[in-house]
Every structure is written in C-alpha cells, then in structure tokens.
Design a protein around this ligand. Structure first.
Ligand SMILES: C[S@@+](CC[C@H](N)C(=O)[O-])C[C@H]1O[C@@H](n2cnc3c(N)ncnc32)[C@H](O)[C@@H]1O
Length: 257
C-alpha cells in the first residue's frame, strides 16, 4: 500500500487531507466542473494556456508520438499534446472525475490528433507498461492522494526513453515575493472564486498549494519513481514549475544494477 505523501512545502504535516482526500477531491471537482475553464481563465488571466504549451515543447513531444495526460480535467493539456503529435500521433486523456471529462468532451472535434478521454485513477492506470512517449499531468499531482503511487504509475506506462512531465503550482523562491502571493491566494482568489463558482474550491486551492511538496522534494519523488535526468523550470516567479524526467532505457537500468 502506498504511503500518503504528508510532508508539506514547509515540511509541516499535511493534516488537511489525510484520510479521505480522494473522495473530497472527486466531489469538489464534480461541483465546479462546469465553471472550471472559466475560472482558470479568470484566475490566471489566461496564462494557463501558455504554461501547458511550454511544458509540451520542453518535453520534446513530436509528430507521431503517443501521449497520456493524467488528471486531465477538461482536457486542455491533451489538446496541446494533440497539436504536437499531429494526425499521425495519438493522445489518451484520463481523469477520475467524470463531470470534468464530460465538460471537456465538446473540445475534441477541434483536436489536431485523435484524443480519447476516459475515466481512470492516476494511481492505478489501466494501461500496459512502456506504452507512451510522454506522460503529462497539469495541476493534478497536487490533488492526488498518494503522489508516490501516481508517479510510479506514470513512470511505468512511459516507454523507456519517454518523458514524465509535471506542471504544477509551487512556492516562489524569492522571499520578498511570498507575501504578495499569499495575499492573492488567501484573500483575493477565494473571493473571486466565490463570485463565479463554489468558494470552498478556491479556499482548497491555496491550502493545497501551501501543503504541496517543495520542488526539490518533488524531484526526489520522481527519482524514487525511477525517473532520471530531471529538469526543473520555474515560471511566473516560481509560482508554477515544470518538472521533466526521463525513464531510463533498459540498457541503462541493467548497467546500474
Ligand atoms: C486542477 S484540475 C487540473 C485539470 C487539468 N489537468 C488542467 O491542466 O487544467 C485537477 C484534476 O485532477 C483530477 N484528479 C485528482 N486526483 C486524481 C486521481 N487520483 N486520478 C485521476 N484524476 C485525479 C481531478 O479530478 C481534477 O480534474
């Protein structure tokens, strides 16, 4: 049984979610699914599109590749992957919250490649091993109950030489910037969220960001999951990070053991 990653960004225990995080997260995203895209646009001033595009380009996704996007929500990351893999490639997008997927289905006819959306849990992916050229997760890994388990699964289904890409919020590196970020996250964001959607979801967002592991801890969890050559790219003053790791080729794994 996987251990819940309970260490927060500051090393504090994450007491908020121990127990029923999975059920809580599923219900919460079900409740905001129809407003999710609008809220992303409002709260990030549409920056979220650029962040995903950059993650796809840093992951070196090519025409003809087969990619998986887990915790896909309404599928925006999958659509960016589809642009990169083109008609000769394929994208699978999965999430355990059906209403989120349903609210993304209308986007599929405009996709640049075949995209299949399906309901599945990132901690127990229903795909064979060594199958995908790139496996991505955008703003999702913070929400899974057992990060280590999801990372192992994402690594398992990636091909040897394939990439695992994590786009996620994090804490800014510069101390001077933190009070401004906290003011936005804890004062402004829940109010705006409450105007358009369920306020609770937008008090969960900053709490989950605060309690999420540091970029260095995430890197070490990726390493423990079997990934190598991990790069970290900070965006938006370090409030958003892209971690990319590579699954070693079999020959590299054998040489190490
Ligand atoms: C903040 S949304 C991100 C959606 C999308 N990836 C994006 O970039 O906008 C987080 C998503 O993670 C999903 N999620 C959380 N835990 C999950 C799990 N264990 N398995 C599958 N999906 C999960 C939620 O249902 C939700 O749709």
């Amino acid at each position: 049984m996987a251990q819940a990653i309970a260490e927060g960004a500051e090393g504090a225990k994450n007491s908020l979610f121990v127990g029923d995080k999975e059920k809580y997260v599923q219900e919460m995203f079900s409740g905001i699914a129809s407003r999710y895209d609008l809220m992303n646009d409002v709260l990030s001033l549409r920056q979220h599109y650029n962040w995903r595009k950059l993650a796809v380009s840093l992951a070196n996704v090519k025409a003809g590749d087969t990619c998986l996007d887990v915790c896909t929500g309404t599928g925006d990351f999958a659509l960016d992957l589809a642009k990169a893999v083109t008609q000769t490639g394929r994208v699978v997008a999965s999430d355990f919250c059906e209403p989120m997927i349903r609210n993304g289905l209308h986007k599929l006819p405009t996709a640049s490649a075949p995209v299949t959306m399906m309901v599945s849990n990132a901690e127990a992916l229903p795909y064979s091993s060594d199958r995908f050229d790139a496996v991505t997760v955008g703003f999702g890994i913070r929400n899974v109950a057992h990060i280590d388990c999801a990372l192992r699964e994402m690594t398992r289904v990636a091909k040897p030489g394939g990439r695992v890409v994590i786009l996620e919020f994090n804490r800014p590196r510069q101390k001077w910037y933190k009070p401004f970020v906290d003011f936005y996250l804890f004062r402004i964001l829940p109010r705006i969220g409450g105007l358009f959607s369920r306020r609770e979801a937008y008090t969960y967002l900053p709490e989950s960001m605060k309690q999420f592991v540091s970029r260095e801890k995430l890197e070490s969890l990726m390493r423990e999951a079997g990934l190598r050559d991990i790069s970290i790219r900070d965006l938006n003053f370090g409030t958003v990070c892209i971690h990319i790791g590579t699954k070693p080729l079999r020959s590299e794994t054998e040489a190490r053991s």
